[in-house]
Ligand binder design. Structure first.
Ligand SMILES: Nc1ncnc2c1ncn2[C@@H]1O[C@H](COP(=O)(O)OP(=O)(O)OP(=O)(O)O)[C@@H](O)[C@H]1O
Ligand SMILES: [Mg+2]
Length: 161
């Protein structure tokens, strides 16, 4: 099941992220895809806020430090695979985080093959012709199909308010 949303501004994208963050549980894996500047880090600011991280300010693309950790109601591991290639990704030891106690959030998730493709919450962001507009697609793979169902209810309830 896919949920297609549109956002008209960074703050709308953050709000969508907050709703997602509020619904995440221990062990959840979120993979983000989308071009440079599409809004992956922006939606992650919302997700971490929804997970209880106090400030939205310090969520940045972890381009130099490969993994950032934040403490919300769960530990959050934020990775950005943009600069990495094949073997370097394996060497990062991301499995340790994926099988850890927290929530794992991965930018440029398309770089990881294998099981991630089967079991994750996929968030794709796309540019639309109008400035500041983005198409955001949520898709639950494997057990995340159910999770996405829950988001749909929440999102549509909120949206109708
Ligand atoms: N509707 C929108 N949603 C999200 N970001 C938007 C939107 N409209 C404009 N923007 C702007 O687009 C940029 C998105 O940057 P962001 O760092 O989140 O992208 P990214 O996908 O993480 O990029 P990178 O691949 O470089 O890590 C920000 O400057 C943000 O203000
Ligand atoms: Mg980014």
């Amino acid at each position: 099941m896919k949920i297609k949303l549109s956002s008209n501004s960074p703050s709308e994208t953050i709000k969508i992220g907050e709703k997602i963050g509020r619904n995440l549980n221990k062990g959840d894996i979120i993979g983000l895809t989308g071009k440079l500047g599409a809004g992956k880090t922006t939606i992650i600011q919302g997700i971490t806020h929804g997970l209880g991280v106090e400030s939205k300010q310090y969520v940045r693309s972890p381009s130099f430090v490969l993994i950032h950790q934040y403490e919300g109601r769960l530990p959050i591991y934020h990775m950005d695979l943009y600069r990495l290639k094949g073997k370097e990704i394996t060497e990062l030891g991301y499995e340790e985080y994926i099988f850890g106690n927290g929530v794992c959030i991965i930018e440029w998730a398309e770089k990881i093959d294998g099981f991630l493709r089967k079991e994750w919450l996929h968030i794709n962001l796309e540019y639309l012709p109008e400035d500041n507009k983005r198409k955001i697609t949520l898709e639950g793979k494997g057990k995340y199909e159910k999770v996405i169902g829950r988001f749909k209810i929440r999102l549509s309830k909120k949206e109708s308010n």
